[in-house]
Design a protein around this ligand. Structure first.
Ligand SMILES: [Zn+2]
Length: 106
């Protein structure tokens, strides 16, 4: 359960991996469309690869790389267990690129 940012009522959230449930998430009280805030721990992910390259240089780096990996994974699990929601911005109605099928340039 999370608090709706618009009306402050409780909203039942779908399972973290249920992407279809998340795309159609609507507050049952004020009908506002909600979406999941991307977990901040995803930012730590790309740093893992260079750390493991560094880990070959010595035991100290090896320990640091493993601690970093476990910290990142546990943070990800923690954030997916209690996701945060924000208001979904309305999708633009006009497409950015307009097809010019009816008026060929020739
Ligand atoms: Zn609401």
């Amino acid at each position: 359960m999370v608090k709706c940012p618009a009306c402050d009522h409780d909203v039942r959230t779908p399972f973290f991996l249920n992407l279809d449930g998340w795309t159609h998430l609507v507050c049952p009280h004020c009908k506002v469309r909600l979406e999941m805030k991307p977990p901040r721990s995803f930012v730590l992910g790309p740093l893992m690869a260079p750390l493991f390259v560094l880990a070959r240089q010595g035991r100290v780096f090896e320990v640091i790389a493993f601690i970093y990996m476990f910290a990142t994974i546990s943070l990800l699990l923690l954030e997916s267990a209690c996701p945060k929601v924000r208001l979904r911005k309305l999708a633009p109605i006009k497409p950015d690129i307009q097809l010019n099928i009816n008026h060929p340039s020739k």
